[in-house]
Design a protein around this ligand. Sequence first.
Ligand code: ATR
Length: 266
Amino acid sequence: MTKTAGVIGWPVSHSLSPRLHGYWLDKYRIDGEYKAWPVKPEELGSFITSMVEKGFAGGNVTVPHKEAAMRLVNEMDAEAKAIGAVNTLVISKGIIQGSNTDAYGFTENIRPFIKGTNKAVVLGAGGAARAVVHALKKLGFARIVVTNRTPEKAEALAKLFSVETAPWEYRMAALEGADILVNTTSLGMTGKENLEIDLSLLPKTALVTDIVYAPLITPLLVAARARGNPTVDGLGMLLHQAVPGFEAWFGVKPEVTDELRRYLLT
Ligand code: ATR
């Protein structure tokens, strides 16, 4: 029987996930399909119920449903509980398991490039920042400094994960001695404002990574490369976070390859 999964969002037309999973379904010759499901917030509960009734394998949950989905699943993994959001649903024998694979995706994307784990600086304090801070803690970073335009949000996130904050106005100073700098804000994304940050105090060995992947090489990554810092773009996080879901729905652990990256960029 053809297995069905998909991405639930509102809107969802911009999502790369259908092409990504479609590529893997073809590559591994799997009898499956992965759809884009535009679902309004008020219809999320009934939609997820209908997925169970139709015998779907599960799906991904994206903006703006990741937090609401927590209340609609039967079980949640530790990552989803810690991050406070569900991005993957796996349905088996009528039970809906909710998990969060964003921290896993972030970690797998940067893992080969991590040198020091003393200090990390995180720009932003939204949903993506929660996943990133959770991942950095699991990676063993001794100091994690969160800086955000709205200080209350930085404080709330810092309290949740027992990490530090720095004022947004002084974000440049926070870079001193950092081993990694992560942008989790939407700044630098196509159509959004640029991220204003002077990297002078950042050690040249520090890894710089952005969760924005459109453009692939954000102005932050351009500036980091120009001064010799190693960089990792944000596309890999999206690809890696998709792996556990695909494996659970379709029974094959898919590979993240350069060919896949090239396919998605064309
Ligand atoms: P996500 O779930 O993708 O993290 P989000 O929760 O909307 O999305 O968070 C967006 C992040 O980008 C926030 O940290 C936001 O800062 P605020 O908390 O102050 O809103 C940050 N951001 C968005 N536009 C910004 C801007 N013009 N300047 C500074 N930070 C900005």
